[in-house]
Design a protein around this ligand. Structure first.
Ligand code: ATP
Ligand code: MG
Length: 247
């Protein structure tokens, strides 16, 4: 697909950090799907995996050769043989988007180092009381840290594994209402994410039909990352497939 003018803005390198101290909220899922989406749009993409579990790195290892290339950096190990740390963490000079997958628990210094380099932070949260409670604490810690560091970073919450008409999602939205940090996207619960994780692709790259609403949900997230715009409502009758390139 040819690049539109809008995406020529991608030439400036951005580093997008996927962060939450709560395990299992969807950090790797969001990191890998974002990487796949950016790569599919012709954007030169690098995926960093700071998690010793190496799930993003594994996803990259599974990625078929015919899919758009994503450069991988397994950043969890402190030393990689004889090379220096900075050499091991280098990215191709034409990289436009760096997606950073992080582990559930990180030391304060490590988090500060990542925040210093970041262009935006995505915080996934699941619609459950336990996840919401931990995430609210984490968001406070994150905001305090950014303030202490004098950083004015865009931070956005992504509600993940959402089933729209459930009490748990309603409660999550209520809990987020009074926060300074906006809810910037909603991703629905779908087995496609589980299949895509095993196939080394984004759900939008799968052979199985992906619902138009998934395309729209990802477009909304990319749109926030690229422009800072959050739609006030998701159009109820959207049948149009919105690819990030068309926004
Ligand atoms: N929207 C979704 N629908 C269905 N399953 C999902 C969705 N998002 C994530 N999952 C599944 O939930 C599990 C946890 O997701 P993921 O590994 O992305 O979380 P994580 O935050 O990276 O976890 P960790 O903190 O252990 O690194 C995975 O099996 C993943 O496939
Ligand atoms: Mg993970």
């Amino acid at each position: 697909m040819p690049k539109s003018d809008h995406w020529s803005g991608f030439r400036v390198m951005k580093r997008l950090l996927i962060l939450n101290s709560k395990g299992g909220c969807g950090k790797t899922t969001i990191a890998t799907n974002l990487a796949g989406l950016y790569a599919a749009s012709g954007t030169s993409t690098t995926l960093f995996d700071y998690d010793p579990q190496g799930s993003s790195q594994r996803w990259l290892d599974l990625r078929p050769d015919h899919f758009p290339n994503i450069h991988g950096v397994f950043a969890a190990t402190t030393t990689q043989g004889a090379v220096t740390r900075s050499y091991a963490l280098r990215v191709p000079s034409d990289t436009e988007r760096i997606i950073v997958d992080t582990p559930a628990s990180m030391k304060r210094l490590e988090m500060m180092e990542m925040l210093r380099k970041a262009s935006a932070v995505v915080v996934p949260v699941l619609p459950s009381g336990i996840d919401c409670h931990v995430t609210l604490d984490f968001l406070k810690q994150l905001s305090d840290l950014c303030r202490q560091m004098g950083l004015n970073l865009p931070i956005g919450i992504v509600a993940n594994r959402v089933r729209i008409n459930t009490r748990s999602f309603k409660k999550l939205k209520e809990s987020l209402e009074d926060l300074d940090v906006p809810l910037v996207a909603i991703l629905r619960e779908s087995q496609n994410y589980v299949y895509a994780a095993e196939a080394g692709c984004a759900i939008t790259e799968m052979k199985e039909p992906v619902f138009k609403k998934d395309n729209l949900q990802w477009s909304i997230l990319i749109n926030w990352l690229e422009t800072g715009r959050i739609p006030s409502t998701i159009p109820p009758n959207t049948t149009e497939i919105l690819h990030p390139l068309t926004i």
